[in-house]
Write a protein of this length. Sequence first.
Length: 83
Amino acid sequence: MAKTQLNVRVDEGTARAARERALARGMSVNRYIEELVRQDTGEAGRTFVEAAADFMKSYESVFAEEFGADLEGRRGHRGESRH
C-alpha cells in the first residue's frame, strides 16, 4: 500500500507523549499514530453498528406495523422445504 505523508502540529506535551508511548510499544511514532487512527476508525464502525441496532430496537414496532405482513410472508416462503 502506498504511503502518504501527513504533517500535523501538536503541542510539545503531546509530541513527548507520542514518542514515549511509541517507544514503550517498540514502534516508530509514525506507526504508533497510524495504529491509533486505525483503532479509532474501528471504534467509529462499532459505534455506527451499535447506533443502528439501537435505532432498530427503538423503531421495531413501527417497522413491524409497516412491513410486518410483507416480512412474515417472505420468512415463511424461505423457510418452506421444497421437495
